[in-house]
Design a protein around this ligand. Structure first.
Ligand code: AMP
Ligand code: GLY
Length: 425
């Protein structure tokens, strides 16, 4: 197997790390990769946007499997492009096509999908600027807080949760009429607010059968106690202590099974990862969103805990031999803590020298690059320290030791990852 991973984050690093153990570094390529991924394979200098480079590389290097890391690559139609090119017909793309990718790239599409399959999710209606008055009237029927979601991809920023009705109406107009989130908010989904605790479940599917991967919980906000601005993720924990056998059973029966059945029912061309963003409301799981790729930073704990071959799952997708099951997972906990650049998610400096006193295979890089063999920051989320332990506190203590041994000017990290879960362990 010769695998090309598209992306440059810690998610792609974690996937490359796992695959390199299974099929060897010489068979793993990351485009463009980062300052850490070359430890697991070869970085190649193009992005998914450069289709000619992608095609030429796949042909020259006899790539047989492509994994788009991000929703942007999937929404750009990478699978369609590869499958439609006669030089690339033997390449398996581990992702849905562009149409099925709307499960993530269009909230209205995902909501309609769930309604047809009777999958538990928040009540909703979707509106455009032509139906602004109906949207106001719908808001009048709801209780605060009001949840407004830009229909399209908005890099995790397109959801507003507002306490005040007038503010909700003003923001709604701002989204649809003034295009606050660009074309992504021409259509807005207004949802019932769900009060509960969030977690994420992952699966690999061939469109009919599926393998459930370890679950995880991520920490999205920049500040302690999950306050402040949203980020790409500040840490993650797996397993999730409140994901009991009973919750797992409900999740599989009420959400995972009907979702996978729905892919065939609705003729969606889907293979690859499914990320179920869930919320537990009074003991019942409901879908907040689907993502059509792995999560970041969840991948940095889910993949290290996976005690099965990921490359075999891809081979099973290709051969249509995937067996529905729950994947074996390593016992104990995996935790990851992200070090970010001071100022992130607002303005921050780049090009700051990084030193690492305690190198670790599972120190997953994101915004790093090597410049003349010096590691430097190149993004807001810089590096994630994943560690294992028999207990969550044990794993976390190691993640914090590891992140403390990474040095760069204005480093920041949250010190409370996992704190909210202590009550469940
Ligand atoms: P989404 O992009 O749909 O995942 O939404 C981003 C975040 O907004 C979620 O992770 C939740 O924290 C929150 N959120 C979204 N929808 C709801 C809802 N219906 N009720 C409560 N919180 C929500
Ligand atoms: N951690 C959430 C995401 O990857 O979108």
């Amino acid at each position: 197997m010769r695998i090309l991973i598209l992306g440059s984050g810690a998610r792609e690093h974690a996937i490359a790390w796992k695959l390199s153990k299974e099929i060897g570094n010489e068979n793993v390529f990351i485009a463009p990769g980062n300052g850490g991924t070359h430890a697991c394979g070869t970085n190649v200098d193009f992005t998914f946007k450069d289709r000619e480079a992608l095609k030429a590389f796949c042909v020259a290097e006899k790539i047989d499997t492509v994994i788009p890391g991000s929703e942007e690559a999937i929404d750009a139609g990478i699978r369609n492009f590869i499958e439609e090119d006669s030089a690339l017909t033997d390449v398996l793309v581990v992702s849905p096509d562009q149409h099925a990718g709307q499960l993530e790239s269009s909230k209205a599409f995902a909501k309609e999908f769930m309604a047809k399959e009777h999958i538990p999710t928040a009540a909703y209606q979707s509106f455009t600027k032509d139906t602004l008055d109906e949207a106001y009237a719908f808001l009048d029927t709801l209780k605060a807080p009001y949840v407004l979601k830009a229909d399209g991809l908005a890099a995790g920023k397109g959801v507003l949760i507002l306490e005040d009705l007038q503010e909700a109406k003003d923001e709604l107009k701002h989204m649809m009429v003034d295009q606050k989130f660009g074309a992504a908010s021409s259509t807005v989904v207004i949802e019932e607010f769900l009060d509960g605790i969030e977690f994420s479940v992952f699966a690999v599917t061939d469109g009919t059968n599926y393998v459930i991967l370890p679950e995880a919980k991520d920490y999205k906000r920049i500040g302690e106690g999950d306050t402040g601005l949203n980020t790409g993720g500040m840490g993650a924990i797996s397993p999730v202590p409140f994901f009991t056998d009973e919750v797992k059973k409900k999740t599989i029966e009420q959400i995972v099974e009907p979702t996978i059945r729905g892919l065939s029912n609705q003729n969606l061309n889907y293979q690859g990862f499914v990320f179920f963003g869930l919320i537990l409301v009074n003991g019942d799981p409901k879908v907040i969103e689907y993502n059509v790729r792995m999560g970041d930073p969840e991948t940095e704990v889910v993949i290290p805990r996976l005690d099965e071959s990921l490359s075999d799952m891809f081979a099973d997708i290709r051969n249509k031999t995937l067996k529905t099951r729950i994947a074996k997972a390593k016992s104990g906990f995996a935790t990851t803590v992200f070090a970010v650049s001071g100022g992130y998610p607002l303005a921050y400096d780049k090009g700051i020298a990084i030193s690492v006193d305690q190198p670790s295979e599972t120190l997953f890089h994101a915004g790093t690059k090597l410049v003349d063999s010096q590691l430097q920051t190149s993004g807001g989320r810089v590096i994630a320290a994943t560690c294992f332990g028999d207990s969550m506190p044990d794993a976390l203590a190691k993640s914090y030791d590891t992140i403390n041994a990474v040095h760069f000017d204005k480093k920041y990290y949250r010190t409370d990852i996992g704190k909210d879960l202590e009550q469940y362990i």
